[in-house]
Design a protein around this ligand. Sequence first.
Ligand code: KIV
Length: 309
Amino acid sequence: MSRKKITTATLAAFRARGEKAVFVTAYDYPTATFAERAGVDMILVGDSAAMTMMGLPSTLGVGMDEMVVFVRSVCRASTYAFVVGDLPFLSYQPSDEAAVLNAGRFIALGCDAVKCEGGARVAPRVRAMTDAGINVMGHLGLTPQSLSQLGGYRVQGKSRDSAQQLVDDAAALEEAGAFAVLLEAMPAETAALVRESVDILVYGIGAGPHVDGQLVISHDILGNFVGDIRPSFVKRYGRVGDEIERVFRAYADDVRGENFPGPEHCYAIPREREDEIRELREIVHDLRSAAIHREPDSSSFPAELVSAR
Ligand code: KIV
């Protein structure tokens, strides 16, 4: 069934109807295709690709050129989902110009919006991008690009003061023109407070149910993340990694046991052609056996077989 393209107006209508948006990460064409077939509303091409796709220890090691490949792949698959391109570390922090140019690169590839991390301190960048006509989603709470400043993977907004700081940051993003903010790793009560303090859309990942939609890292729900990080808020729905490994093992067993390829996996030709080629095989076999016993002399080979020596 083909769905109408989701826009910021569609997302606002979801909120008005109290309908939760279904938001997942994807980094490649097949995953984005399957997500769309399943009816997902929003796709984040996250800089988490550094960890999920490239095996890096944090999100800091992925750059624009690699993100462009992931973004292109997802945008090619996406027909109706709202696609958000995640601006990687140092693609927007240095200057307004860098922010606009890099965000513009994602938009030109087909993204509907970009996401950047931080609150009041990135508000000028958000303003520059929104002034350039680009939809911007903010990201507050556990912001992996500033992991060392946060002291590691820690739940945010656990005290009254830190909850107030999140409200102030969300207000700064709204003021700068962001259409939405993503809240990561915080108590449900804090996320509810932030959502009730602003008019822009509020999405959550590990931020409880009182938000406009839920984001998950697809590898976490699919069960194919390779690594030790297992956030407690994640619900796993499959064991895709185990299934991939099972298929590779079965294939390896078949190849080693000479059970693959079978006749059904071979290109068939008419019997007479097969006989002709078999005759040729016999000639080649005889010539090669003879060659073992004397110096090779290419003049004794039929011309069409010289290349086969
Ligand atoms: O890159 C990403 O997937 C993200 C989520 C963790 C929020 O930014």
